[in-house]
Design a protein around this ligand. Structure first.
Ligand code: ZN
Length: 132
């Protein structure tokens, strides 16, 4: 597997509306979509920067993964998502190389993408998402 580009950077935020305002008013980007991903207990907001996106993530539940992340580490970069041609094949290849996976099978993420996460224990502490 060889990623084609960084698809997006996921950023955990406490207040989605306040963060959207920062990215629009200060950075001059345009939010082109807000979407709730029930499965992940998050509300997301997307911005495009060239080929790469910024994905802001606000927890919709106090026990959601983003709420827990912010509790432990505070707001900030949560994950980096690499675009790959085939998530399922990439996962198989990585598993065979001993990489610990969070998702053994691809699942549906925001924007109808097929996604899967690798465990930070196997990646030097970075939560890596593969998406297609
Ligand atoms: Zn993501």
């Amino acid at each position: 597997m060889k990623p084609t580009h960084i698809e997006h950077i996921g950023i955990a935020v406490k207040d989605l509306q306040a963060s959207i305002k920062f990215y629009e008013d200060i950075l001059g980007l345009k939010c082109y979509g807000v979407e709730e991903v029930k499965d992940q207990k998050v509300k997301t907001a997307f911005f495009k920067v060239g080929q790469t996106k910024i994905e802001l993530l606000e927890s919709t539940e106090p026990d959601g993964p983003i709420a827990k992340f912010i509790e432990k580490k505070g707001e900030g970069i949560h994950h980096i998502a690499f675009a790959v041609d085939d998530v399922e094949a990439s996962l198989k290849g990585m598993e065979s190389k001993g990489v610990q996976l969070i998702d053994k099978q691809p699942r549906k993420g925001a924007e109808e993408m097929s996604i899967a996460f690798l465990h930070p224990k196997s990646t030097g502490g970075v939560l890596i998402e593969l998406c297609e």
